[in-house]
Design a protein around this ligand. Structure first.
Ligand SMILES: NC(=O)c1ccc[n+]([C@@H]2O[C@H](COP(=O)([O-])OP(=O)(O)OC[C@H]3O[C@@H](n4cnc5c(N)ncnc54)[C@H](O)[C@@H]3O)[C@@H](O)[C@H]2O)c1
Length: 333
């Protein structure tokens, strides 16, 4: 993912890349590709006189330590998702960023997917009515680089953040189920049911489906919308349940063929939009970044799901305490 940040910053006119940092000397080739210095210890770059801003794209257990070191030196930080391994680490990052007055955001990249932005407008404008459910699928094959966290921490956290963002609230309860199907140590398949009170969310995330699927479906009292994160297309079906119809034919056609709108534009790279927003915010521009508190809340939900429901499967990266296994347990968040 760090390679993607470098590629994207290199194209943004507001950014001047200072260095690539990695403990792995192989990453020097990336720095060379972009004609910038390679540094093997991030502490060499700590300080406002060295860098104005940093993307922290290291394994999740290191987000807290490296993020805190940069924030303490007054450097603006974008930390990749999830914000940290534990909620108290997230709290510490947030508090320190506020103390230092730096811009701090988290790489919940799907917020910058234009499809999600359009969906958010449809929901906020009440075009779908009162939302009753949001169903997401984020499934595909096993990653080429072995994951360091469970699929819930790595993938489902995107969807939990998006569902909470779209609904504008946090879930009250979670019901979850997960399994280790191909991967021997970590959960590679999970389904989560989130109770948001008037609405529910359902997340399927796995690394075992042979085809990559990234979809979202929103049902409301005034319509139904399907979105595709990859094509960035939306299909909106307008509710047509009229109580009175002229006859059986009209009744059948009204139910079978609702008004349908296809919303599609030239796709834009969410990472480019996210990094540009980060830079614009640093310059004082009026953009909406992902609030670190939202990222903390999404982390709290995934950790609850793992701790209390899927707890036989311990994520080492998330340093989760072992408890007896309970399937489909109800958890208060
Ligand atoms: N937003 C997204 O869609 C998205 C996608 C993929 C990954 N991520 C996140 O990005 C982060 C990195 O994931 P990845 O898949 O790129 O992992 P990765 O293991 O492929 O890469 C991590 C890199 O960090 C380097 N590193 C480790 N310790 C370091 C240190 N102390 N100092 C400097 N470099 C160090 C490693 O050598 C490696 O090159 C994770 O938090 C992950 O959740 C986000």
């Amino acid at each position: 993912m760090g390679r993607n940040h470098v590629r994207t910053y290199a194209k943004l006119k507001d950014a001047k890349l200072v260095a690539v940092v990695d403990i792995d000397p192989k990453a020097a080739a990336l720095a060379q590709e972009y004609g910038i210095p390679f540094v093997s210890d991030y502490r060499e770059l700590l300080g406002k006189d060295q860098v104005d801003a940093v993307s922290i794209v290291v394994p999740t257990p290191l987000h807290h330590r490296i993020g805190l070191d940069f924030i303490k030196k007054g450097v603006h930080c974008l930390i990749e998702k999830p914000i940290a391994s534990e909620v108290d680490e997230a709290e510490e990052l947030i508090a320190e960023a506020e103390r230092q007055g730096v811009v701090f955001t988290v790489g919940h990249i799907e917020r910058f997917n234009p499809m999600i932005q359009k969906l958010k407008k449809l929901i906020d404008n009440k075009e779908i009515g009162e939302i009753t459910s949001i169903i997401t699928r984020r499934v595909g094959g096993f990653p080429t680089v072995e994951p360091k966290t469970d699929v819930i921490v790595d993938l489902a956290v995107h969807d939990i953040d998006i569902i909470s963002y779209l609904l504008g609230r946090q879930p009250k309860h979670i019901y979850g189920h997960g399994s280790k199907t191909i991967h021997t140590k970590k959960l590679d398949s999970a389904e989560l049911l989130l109770d948001y009170g008037p609405a529910s969310g359902f997340v399927q995330a796995n690394w075992i489906t042979p085809v990559k699927v990234r979809t979202i479906a929103v049902t409301g009292s005034a319509g139904y919308v399907e979105g595709n994160y990859i094509t960035q297309e939306l299909t909106y079906y307008k509710h047509n349940m009229q109580r009175h119809n002229s006859g059986f034919k009209a009744f059948v056609s009204k139910f079978g063929e609702p008004e349908k709108y296809h919303i599609s534009e030239e796709p834009q790279e969410p990472l480019a939009l996210e990094l540009q927003a980060f830079l614009t915010k640093i310059k004082g521009g009026p953009v909406q970044l992902v609030e670190p508190r939202d990222a903390r809340d999404a982390l709290a939900v995934v950790l609850k799901a793992i701790r209390d429901t899927l707890n036989e499967e311990i994520s080492e990266a998330a340093s989760i305490r072992k408890q007896p296994h309970k399937k489909m347990n109800r958890i208060k968040v």
